[in-house]
Design a binder for this molecule. Structure first.
Ligand SMILES: *Cc1c(COP(=O)(O)O)cnc(C)c1O
Length: 241
């Protein structure tokens, strides 16, 4: 059993959640969007399960996991109402531990990974929902495929009967200026809308984190992924040497 969350920490999380929900609502309102169109995901990396469960009990049942090992060690302690999705970089040798264990994999950025997911989902006789991850900032070190590769990846996914592409995801570069955020999110929105003309089942646009979610909402995000705005600054365990 997971330990209980202290009343102080619980109150702090609920207060942050309340502020986020208020800001989400006004961002939707000023964008002329219905608040129901945007789903809040709680990103759980480094956060102990008893703190994660505070937001699940408050109705934020969608959780985002980055690391396979951390996910496997924490999932049994999550409130049973939680739905878990995978948002981290996925190595092909870990695909077996994730396919079928999460409802959506946000980070598919190569043909190789796509085919590995297809193979594993086929063995399990399931259809795995995925998002294609776009490297919208064009950074060389970043994960995600180039916007120009999306059509090819979509085409390849159509030949994978055990994989269903539900939309796009991005982690934009850290912004120096608000206008850069708008440019990146704007390009994502255009790309998503273009692809939807031929693939209407792409109903998810996963973008926006703690520092930029209101901007992402203005540019059409349907799923925002918040960690530190919800749980406070992350405390990483010391590296074991
Ligand atoms: C950590 C992480 C987030 C949340 O980041 P915050 O800035 O803490 O909100 C969102 N998406 C991905 C893929 C992440 O790794």
């Amino acid at each position: 059993m997971a330990t209980e969350c202290s009343p102080e920490i619980r109150a702090a999380i609920l207060e942050r959640l309340h502020e986020i929900q208020t800001r989400m609502e006004s961002a939707c309102q000023s964008a002329g969007r219905n608040a129901q169109e945007v789903t809040l995901m709680a990103v759980t990396k480094t956060v102990p399960p008893e703190q994660v469960n505070v937001v699940v009990e408050a109705g934020v049942t969608l959780l985002g996991e980055n690391r396979v090992q951390e996910f496997l060690s924490k999932r049994d302690d999550y409130d049973k109402r939680a739905e878990v999705q995978f948002i981290g970089h996925l190595q092909t040798n870990k695909v077996k531990q994730i396919v079928g264990a999460v409802t959506l994999i946000h980070s598919v950025d190569s043909l190789h990974l796509l085919q590995e997911i297809q193979k594993t989902a086929n063995k399990q006789e399931i259809v795995q929902d995925i998002l294609l991850e776009v490297n919208i900032g064009g950074e060389t070190s970043k994960s995600g495929a180039a916007p120009a590769e999306m059509q090819m990846l979509l085409q390849s996914a159509m030949e994978c009967p055990n994989v269903k592409v539900r939309g796009l995801m991005t982690i934009p570069p850290p912004f120096a200026e608000q206008s850069e955020a708008e440019e990146c999110f704007g390009r994502m929105q255009t790309l998503w809308q273009d692809l939807r003309r031929t693939s209407p089942s792409l109903d998810i646009l996963s973008m926006g984190m703690s520092g930029d979610y209101e901007t992402a909402i203005r540019y059409g995000a349907t799923l925002i992924r918040l960690g530190s705005a919800l749980f406070g600054a992350r405390i990483y365990p010391p590296k074991t040497l």
